[in-house]
Design a protein around this ligand. Sequence first.
Ligand code: NAD
Length: 272
Amino acid sequence: MTVPNVKLNNGTSIPQLGFGVWQVPDDGARDAVAEALRVGYRSIDTAKVYENEAGTGRAIAESGLSRDEVFLTTKLWNSDQGFDETLRAFDGSLERLGTDYVDLYLIHWPVPEYDRFVDTFKAFQRIRDEGRAKAIGVSNFRVEDLRRVIDETGETPAVNQIELHPGLPQDELRAFHAEHGIATEAWSPLGQGESLKDPAITEIAAAHGVTPAQAILRWHLQLGNVVIPKSVTPARIAENFDAFGFALTADEVARITAISGDRIGPNPAEFN
Ligand code: NAD
């Protein structure tokens, strides 16, 4: 199966379908990432706060793949924001991951009340200039946060990783990203499993002879989103990687986008 790539504004590319490891303990992450790489995933999304960078790094090292065959993302935690703090935290992530670079480094949350994300992004620019992060981006940033980074650093983040699923299609942010060349990466792309039960989803999935998870992932792919579904179950890891042999109609895409719902995760305006 060939996963399409999405070109980033730094010239590198991210596989459109990757594998996330939030809420997976370190040992379990080692097993789950090993399985994902065996199935064919070539993009892995972790974060310092997940406490599984070590297991993730070990699975990549033990996979038999060369480091440049895997797109590796990690994230800076909120309490590490600030210029010097970021440089220190990044060293810690690299050490735990057992690698000398990441493909993408993200500011995990904006934490507007700290007002430190601009300085943090300036440290990201230094890390990128040193070649230790190929691309730099953000996560959970609102339009106003993105505007500040762009205005105050002169650089547009390569990626904004945001909560995005059929219950929260994020039209405003996706439009802003498209206008500014920011790749949209969807976290909780399956709504943490909740979206799978929606009657519109089960109906559309049945019409194509695919599973609800595959129908939702196909919707993301057709919208142009990068997706990073998570599972620790081998059959589901394989199922989620198999979202390419069919296409939704424009009406089906619109029907899924129209599903109403709400956020599952915290509100980025307040979360610290
Ligand atoms: P998800 O939408 O990927 O859902 C995962 C859950 O859905 C699984 O735990 C399982 O219960 C179920 N599931 C998965 N595949 C299934 C299948 N084929 N059939 C039936 N059920 C299935 O949710 P997520 O883990 O929250 O998000 C994915 C990744 O996004 C995370 O692992 C993490 O890497 C990233 N993430 C980032 C942030 C952020 O703030 N940047 C926040 C949350 C998650």
